[in-house]
Ligand binder design. Structure first.
Ligand code: 9MR
Length: 843
């Protein structure tokens, strides 16, 4: 592959009459003895290998049972590299039987910075491999290393004709972006927005046609949009929203190019609604993954104290940090590494719980389906069962004094692939932090209300933990994780926790209704600040999580209307970004950041929430347009979600979905979103291939590109929320308005009980003849004795049905019923959402 790319570069230069400089003959050879004719000197090997040059090549048997790539190495030291010089690295190698090895040019000491990282797929007959890279440093003593470890079985490696020469042309990586007409490769909703983008040199409008089965079903003209800064392309947009018929296999043609096929379907996002959440089961730590539940993904439990793992059942702190050990088993692995980080687990589990809470409070929401997990047969919604796996881990990270450890991970970084149960590294707890403590306060407060109807004890445990964490954080408001504590795991450092305080106070207020938390929320400057940045919110900036919940989860906060309006204002801001961007995403800053796809998704979440609050279709359309970008309407013409769309990401950075490195392992499961374009390209693969990239081109579907192509729990969480939102829109028609208005009054309340009276008014022009009124309680309330209705309850959701004598509600008339209830937990606000016979009542 490297060779082909170099040749492309040379050809391009030759055509413009520039002297090609690739592998210039006069450049000095940097490899001393690359041919092994008489000796192997000065090459070295790890103690488990032995050189054999009898065939004229440098060969070595690699013993069975190595775990990490670096458990068996052949290397050469002392190679000088010149900053900004581009080198061609070339060698011939064989593997018997065939194997994937690692070829590295790197710093010879910790932190082993890699200037070139390649994964040659070795065959028995052998190949010549050529890679180019540009050195980012001046260094007298770089190292060439062939890492050969990580194979359960023995094999033989041979090497010859190793060469490293400067003066090479920089590698020109040209992604295959397919047809120049870019669409959502999955589907558009029949009554939803339908937009596409055409890359073209034309400055004037072009005709387009929509086709299906050889017939043209719609036609129009494109809208020229000029130069798009995110891609460096001249583009037009196409709006074919007036076509509303469902079907499969549509294509869109303009400027002589035909898009990849797509559907128009009311069930476009139905499967993803489950898949985006099913992702979490195979990220679980501390549990064997059942191959019956996830065919192809079964594996032994990771980090349950079984050798070679060293935890997570009894984990010590980093030296000098504490003198105890904790059982912090369980939880989700953060990403492609085996670390578990409270601040990132926090936003993830919060957004997963919010996907559930949305089903209680949003007019268009439908239940989230079962997730095929071990707990599926219990009576708890699976989305909560899955959230509990993480939340219970977060609880374990709390110290008796209430403070919470920031993270737990390996002492040193490990290589790929490495299944969780094979990780031999020492596990360590890192210091407590205010941010982690407040993440627990927030998620435990939220967990207390969502779990209350299913498991009162678990809810109470969470509420205790949340209160304790809040107190501890108030007493220790500035304990920050170090930005330098990044060996073996991410730092997730954050030295501004005003947003974490705001989020935690908001969740504690919503759950308890207590004055202390209400006052904290109202006094926080963040309460009236614009917390919805153009770049979106993320794990380090979480005020938006608090604001969204204050807006969408029932509560009695003074000034709540302004809170809700702030979400609509944010929605309008993101609609403005969509309108100004020919690729139609609600995220388009000058530079794209690490995990940009999740920033897109979080802006989609805000748009979705704005629709849930207001019912204004523009917000729903904005959210759906954001999905188009992720599913193929982008400069790379790629769907960033595994298993969705004609061409999609599949090689996300992961130590166990490492099929790109070992064909016996799977790709990430369907429904896994890739981090996406990242202008800073921090990893060697991206640096070798994407240097100088325009934002949308700063992405490569390569397993080693951890800065552009990782998978994480916090990126799939907004995907789960957004795909549920999109699926719940059905064919995209506005839901039929209910002919009702409800007044819900809590009349009396005592220690843990209350009386409520509910009046339903028929606001329509026809009589209602038989009614079922549905609402959800905030937490663990249970409806008891009822008058004038028959009440049934499942979890927090209540359905009150008419009695025979009040079956009929004439237009303009009301019926009133009431009940006594119990309220073991705290706040008991009037629900925001009532549906009568399936249609939402006016708010
Ligand atoms: O998602 C994180 C991103 O916001 C940071 O900029 C980046 C660098 O600190 O780290 C990302 O998180 C990674 C973490 O540090 C280690 N596990 C994998 C995470 C995703 O790449």
């Amino acid at each position: 592959m490297g060779r082909r790319l170099v040749l492309i570069a040379v050809a391009a230069l030759a055509a413009t009459c520039v002297t090609p400089a690739a592998a210039r003959a006069d450049e000095p050879e940097q490899i001393r003895n690359g041919t092994f004719d008489t000796t192997a000197e000065p090459w070295w090997h790890t103690a488990n290998l032995a050189f054999d040059i009898s065939s004229g090549r440098l060969c070595s048997d690699v013993p069975a049972g190595t775990v990490n790539p670096w458990d068996a190495i052949i290397g050469l030291d002392g190679i000088p590299l010149v900053k900004d010089e581009t080198y061609a690295f070339k060698f011939f190698a064989t593997g018997t039987p065939a194997k994937t090895a690692k070829a590295l040019i790197q710093l010879p000491v910790d932190p082993w910075t890699q200037y070139l990282a390649a994964n040659p797929e070795l065959s028995v007959s052998g190949n010549t491999y050529t890679y180019t890279f540009t050195s980012p440093v001046d260094i007298p003593n770089a190292q060439v290393a062939f890492q050969l470890g990580g194979s359960a079985t023995a094999w033989r490696f041979c090497l010859d004709d190793v060469s490293l020469k400067g003066g090479a042309e920089p590698d020109v990586y040209k992604p295959d972006t397919g047809p120049r007409v870019r669409v959502n490769q999955v589907a558009y909703l029949p009554k939803g927005p339908k937009n596409a983008t055409v890359v073209t040199t034309s400055e004037t409008a072009l005709p387009w046609k929509l086709e299906r089965g050889g017939a043209v079903v719609a036609e129009g003209t494109t809208k020229p949009r000029g130069l798009d800064a995110s891609s460096g392309q001249n583009v037009h947009s196409i709006d074919f929203g007036s076509y509303t018929t469902a079907g499969t296999g549509f294509t869109l043609t303009a400027d002589g190019e035909t898009s990849r096929p797509f559907d128009i379907s009311a069930t476009a996002y139905e499967r993803l609604k489950a898949d985006a959440l099913k992702f979490y089961y195979t990220q679980r730590s501390g549990l064997a993954i059942d191959d019956g539940l996830r065919p192809g993904y079964g594996r032994p439990a990771g980090h349950v104290g079984v050798s070679p793992n060293q935890g997570d059942t009894e984990v010590p702190c980093q030296p000098g940090v504490c003198d105890y050990t904790l059982d912090v088993s369980g939880g989700w692995y953060d990403a492609g590494d085996h670390g578990k980080y409270v601040v990132n687990g926090g936003i993830s589990v919060a957004q997963v719980m919010s996907a559930f809470e949305r089903t209680k409070n949003a007019p268009t929401a439908r239940p989230i389906p079962g997730l095929e997990i071990p707990e599926s047969s219990d009576r708890v919604p699976d989305v909560l069962n899955e959230a509990r796996w993480e939340q219970s881990f977060l609880l374990k990270m709390q110290r008796p004094d209430g403070m919470v450890h920031h993270k737990i991970h390996d002492e040193n970084w490990t290589g790929l692939p490495l299944l969780p149960h094979l990780d031999p590294q020492k596990r360590e707890l890192h210091p407590v932090s205010t941010a982690a403590t407040l993440n627990l306060a927030a998620t435990a407060a939220q967990a207390a209300r969502v779990f209350a109807p299913y498991d009162a004890r678990y809810a109470a445990t969470n509420l205790d933990a949340a209160r304790k964490a809040w107190k501890a954080a108030k007493a220790n408001p500035a304990v920050y994780a170090s930005p330098n504590d990044g060996n073996g795991g991410g730092t997730y450092s954050d030295d501004n926790v005003t947003d974490e305080f705001y989020w935690a106070a908001a969740e504690l207020y919503i759950t308890t209704g207590e004055t202390e938390f209400r006052e904290y929320v109202l006094d926080s400057p963040l309460h009236t600040d614009d917390v919805f940045a153009e770049r979106g919110f993320n794990w380090g900036s979480v005020a938006a999580l608090g604001r969204l919940d204050l807006a969408t989860v029932p509560n009695a906060l003074p000034g709540r209307d302004a809170v809700r309006r702030s979400v609509l204002a944010a929605g309008d801001k993101y609609l403005g970004i969509i309108d100004g961007f020919a690729y139609g995403s609600p995220y388009n800053p000058d530079t794209y950041e690490w995990g940009s796809n999740s920033q897109v998704l979080n802006n989609i979440v805000v748009l979705g929430a704005a629709y849930d609050i207001s019912g204004a279709e523009k917000y729903r359309d904005g959210a759906l347009q954001g999905m188009d970008y992720l599913f193929g309407r982008n400069a790379l013409n790629i769907s960033y979600v595994t298993g969705y769309g004609e061409v999609h990401s599949r090689n996300q950075h992961s130590r166990w979905y490492a099929r790109q490195l070992n064909p016996d392992l799977p790709n990430p499961p369907a429904g896994t979103v890739a981090g996406g374009p990242n202008s800073s390209i921090q990893d060697p693969v991206a640096q070798a291939k994407l240097r100088g990239c325009k934002p949308q081109f700063c992405y490569i579907d390569d397993i080693e590109s951890w800065a552009t192509n990782e998978l994480t729990i916090n990126w799939n969480a907004p995907l789960a929320w957004a795909s549920a939102f999109a699926a719940d829109q059905g064919d995209g028609s506005a839901p039929a308005p209910g002919q009702c208005k409800v007044a819900y009054t809590v009349h009396g309340s005592w220690a843990s009980g209350f009386t409520a009276q509910v009046t339903v008014r028929n606001t329509g022009t026809t009589a209602i003849n038989g009614w079922a009124l549905k609402w959800s309680f905030l937490g663990g309330q249970k409806a008891g004795n009822t008058w004038n209705a028959t009440v049934s309850q499942d979890g927090a959701t209540v359905v009150a049905k008419n009695r025979s004598y009040n079956k009929k509600i004439p237009p303009g008339q009301t019926v009133t019923f009431g009940f006594t209830g119990t309220n073991p937990l705290g706040a008991n606000p009037a629900p925001d959402l009532f549906t009568l016979n399936g249609a939402a009542c006016a708010r």
